[in-house]
Design a binder for this molecule. Sequence first.
Ligand SMILES: [Zn+2]
Length: 343
Amino acid sequence: MKAAAFYEYGPAEAMQYADIPDPVTGPGDVLVQVQACGVNHSDLDSRAGTSRWPFELPMVLGAEFTGTVVGVGDHDGPIRAGDRVTAFQQYSCGRCARCARWRPDLCEAFEIFGTTRWGGYGELVCVPAEVVVPLQPGDDLLAMAAGQCAVSTAWHMVNRLALVRPGDLVLIPSASGGVAGALVQCAKLAGATVVATAGTAGKASQVSSLGADEVIVRGETDVAADLVRVTGGRRFDAVLDTVGGPLFGTHLSLLREEGTLVICGAHAGEVVPIDLIPLFRNGWRIIGFRVAPPDELATSLDLIRRGLINVPIAATFPISDAAEAHRFLERRQHVGKVLLVAG
Ligand SMILES: [Zn+2]
């Protein structure tokens, strides 16, 4: 098959679209022909060698793919050739102590597509049948690829971790990314008032169109003062952060007593200073989070299917142009999700 693989870490052009061996399906695996695959910010780190995951090269990235089953091997279950499917972004062993206490996200033997095994930046992906998620015949495979990770992550942060309730005031910093845009919509569905920030006026108007009640453009002005102004001084019940970075402490300082900050990403900066005195005086909670459990993936696909959440597609590139897609994401001008699509 052809795939955009990289054989050593480096800039975007380290990914070469070329022939590589077809995936070898083992017992219980199915073979999926990729139709679309989301490009995640973490993919850029993986390719550059700055990710903290260990990689075995060559690697084919891509955890968020949709496609059509083209081979079922000796699998004798409900998955059939011709089925339109997606898959869990990662899956666990199902046998260890952490899996047994329903924390598969903490399993030490987990596998992640595009990290510990080849993912969707190619023509074919080998997928264990038990982690295949069937789609419905009318589903839009691009919309599902754009939303499967973003919406499930956002849904878990809003409803399981921050426990957002009707009437809550929620802050979503840097809301132009895929997950952050889904956070805006999930928090609105939960009944919250949503204040967001964005890097430019153009991005701010697109974040507004996703349903944010107020959007602050970060610029020369003091972001904290702007946020206090638009909220009339009311503090946030929750901060839903996908970026971290130098404003982390500012966002934290705007929480109410016993408020919660949930964080799932750090591409604005991985190491941040925190003033611990107000943290414990106010009883703030900081919760880290990485990947949603399977039931929330199913919930999220249904929200997309029903049109309740829309993840904007900023751009699509053929899989053969994966390097260009990475350069596009690195420029950080986009709003929404960048997709690779079959040529
Ligand atoms: Zn396990």
